[in-house]
Ligand binder design. Structure first.
Ligand code: BTN
Length: 269
């Protein structure tokens, strides 16, 4: 799983990354910057200016990386996967479908490239052993409902205690495998997995079965905080649009399209 170089804190080898991504329709053009504010901001600016699908934005360091719900996304330089892609699907995809495509792309790509048992904590988080290893940020472009920017971040060659996060339990490929990984390969495999899911959804296929199969929360006790209330219960399934179905402790079955989910029933360890 290790790369050509022994220096796993080196910048991305961009010619090698381009070569691994050759043949990828989502990465016909790879725009690499050693440092940027946020690849999602870069991709949005290009997309707002009629930028086409097929441009992948990759960096080694973000100064204003953004996560979901207005949080920041931080990672030390040269250690992680930080990318954004412009999507212009042939049919307009719902935000929930875009989230499924992105989160499943990250989940499948990390599984394939690292061998880790990666699951999804609804709706955005890639998890290993209930610790967050990555996440996705989907942004539909204002005034262009058929276009979206998807941003993906994952902790690769960084120890969890070097990651500056306030709350969540986090992990990384390095912590889980004990070995640094080849960042160029992981990026290429994640983009490949993303593209496969995207093309099948664009063609009308549902990702519901995969969404349930890769879930880290089904059958487990969770707490869901929505904008207006908090509920505890058991996550029992997903609706057709990927919404979470919660069998709440008050006996009511509720469906959620958004919210912050906490797993109450911890895995051992
Ligand atoms: C989350 O789990 O909160 C989503 C994290 C998404 C982070 C990625 S890193 C690349 C892209 N650029 C950003 O500013 N955010 C996304």
């Amino acid at each position: 799983m290790t790369g050509d170089t022994e220096d796993h804190h080196a910048p991305l080898n961009v010619p090698r990354l381009r070569s691994l991504l050759s043949g990828s329709d989502l990465a016909r053009t790879v725009i690499y910057q050693p440092e940027t504010a946020s690849t999602n901001d870069d991709a949005s600016a290009v997309a707002r200016d009629a930028g086409p699908e097929g441009i992948l934005f990759v960096t080694d360091f973000q100064t204003q990386g953004r996560g979901t719900r207005g949080r920041s996304w931080k990672s030390p330089r040269n250690r992680s996967l930080l990318l954004s892609a412009i999507l212009r699907p042939r049919r307009t995809l719902k935000p929930a479908e875009l989230t499924q495509v992105s989160a499943l792309g990250l989940c499948h790509g990390l599984r394939e490239s690292t061998g880790l048992d990666v699951k999804i904590k609804w709706p955005n988080d890639a998890m290993v052993r209930d610790r967050k290893i990555g996440g996705v940020l989907v942004e539909v472009l204002p005034g262009q409902p058929a276009a979206a920017v998807i941003g993906i971040g994952a902790n690769l060659n960084v120890a969890a205690d070097e990651i500056d996060v306030a709350d969540a339990r986090v992990t990384s490929v390095l912590d889980e495998t004990g070995l640094p990984c080849d960042r160029e390969s992981v990026i290429a495999v994640v983009v490949g997995a993303l593209e496969r899911g995207y093309r099948s959804v664009e063609g009308g296929r549902s990702l519901s079965a995969e969404w349930a199969a890769r879930s880290a929360v089904i059958g487990r006790r969770v707490a869901l905080r929505s904008e207006t209330a908090s509920y505890a219960g058991t996550a029992s399934g997903f609706g057709g649009d990927g919404e979470l179905i919660l069998d709440c402790d008050d006996g009511v079955k509720r469906r959620f399209n958004a919210g912050r989910l906490e797993i109450l029933q911890r895995l051992p360890g």
